[in-house]
Design a protein around this ligand. Structure first.
Ligand code: TLP
Length: 354
């Protein structure tokens, strides 16, 4: 039987029954007037979970990051971040367009910036140069494999920024995945940073929304910025109700997604034509490279024909993401399907190369 295994992203997760029920009965008000009680409950709960004074519900992770960047830094300032970070690669240059900010990307092997590397990128007080306004971290790091920054690494990086006098923002779209994988309270990963954005709509399965958390003064300013970029919503409590279920009911089960990603990576590793770096599989993502002449585009098209959906990361690189909608049986089906595909003449890299 052909089934569909959705491995393109954890953004494909659908709301749970408990979320649907909570949405149907949520108490509502106008959140632009700051009068939606369900939004208040979500914002209080989110702030408490990440150990910050306040938080703000935003429609997307992209908007949360943008509001953070333009709240922390002034036009003309430079932001240090990792070269494959979502903010640098996937947010349509919003920080530059809306915030007038210059981005300073630094390269790493595995998404983990080093304190000495950040230190060396800080601008001196020179009239010709922009001043450094912010350091951005990403945990887990998406494009480098879903890799985690530990509490110690986070603290060391923040110390460099704070000593130089500028703040740190964490793109923690999947910071709960990091906390679960590292077996630490998420506060250990968020306490050292000045602000954190995390997504409710990825592995946590809510239909829409992300949270931005930080000091009360920072969140007050970010609320104005959210309004400026069109993110002020009215009876948004209908979405916040699902977000509360996400925070209260969906964090611990992320461990299942991590086990499934490991199972998937183990099953795919060693197949002819694809290469999977097992050492990078720390959370719910599996990246692989196709060996030429096989391209990721070809591989993805053929996988789709057998019901296995995955995402392209570069001409030869693909990504599979596990989540609540992918069971261990789905993983086994996907492995067997890919195994069969790589054995077929049309895709067999050995045959094509010979
Ligand atoms: N990531 C999406 C795509 O945009 C690539 C995905 O499928 O992984 N930070 C990180 C680290 C992210 O991975 C994402 C989304 C965001 C921010 C933005 O969140 P949204 O999609 O809610 O704007």
């Amino acid at each position: 039987m052909v089934r569909t295994v959705e491995l393109r992203s954890d953004t494909f997760t659908l709301p749970t029954e408990s979320m649907r029920n909570a949405m149907a009965t949520a108490e509502l008000g106008d959140d632009v007037w700051d009068e939606d009680p369900t939004i208040h409950r979500l914002q209080d709960r989110a702030a408490e979970m990440v150990g910050k004074e306040a938080s703000l519900f935003v429609p997307s992770g992209t908007m949360g990051n943008l509001c953070a960047l333009i709240s922390h830094a002034r036009p003309g300032q430079e932001i240090i971040l990792e070269i494959d970070s979502h903010i640098f690669q996937n947010e349509v240059a919003g920080a530059s367009v809306v915030g007038g900010l210059q981005l300073r990307p630094l390269d790493t092997q595995d998404g983990r910036l080093r304190p000495d590397q950040v230190g060396a990128a800080i601008r001196p007080a020179d009239i010709h140069e922009p001043s450094t306004g912010l350091l951005c971290l990403e945990n887990t790091h998406n494009r480098k494999g879903g890799t985690c920054l530990t509490p110690t690494q986070t603290r060391a990086l923040c110390a460099v920024a704070h000593e130089a006098g500028f703040p740190v923002h964490l793109d923690g779209a999947r910071v709960f995945n990091a906390a679960v994988a590292l077996r630490v309270d998420v506060r250990e990963l968020t306490a050292p940073v000045d602000s954190v954005m995390f997504c409710l709509s990825k592995g946590l399965s809510a239909p829409v929304g992300s949270m931005l958390a930080g000091s009360a003064a920072f969140i007050d300013h970010a609320r104005r910025m959210r309004k400026m970029v069109g993110g002020g919503m009215r009876q948004a409590g209908v979405l916040a109700a699902a977000g509360l279920c996400a925070l209260n009911e969906m964090v611990d089960r992320l461990a299942d997604d991590h086990a499934n990603a490991r199972r998937l990576a183990d099953g795919l590793q060693g197949l002819p034509g694809v290469e999977v770096d097992l050492s990078r599989v720390e959370t719910n993502m599996v990246f692989g490279d196709c060996r030429p002449p096989l391209t990721a585009g070809e591989f993805i098209d053929r996988c789709r024909e057998v019901g296995v959906l995955l995402d392209q990361a570069s001409p030869h690189r693909w990504r599979m993401v596990t989540h609540r909608g992918v069971s261990a049986e789905d993983v086994d089906y996907a492995i067997a399907a890919v195994q069969r595909l790589l054995g077929t003449p049309a895709l067999s890299p050995l045959r094509a190369a010979g």
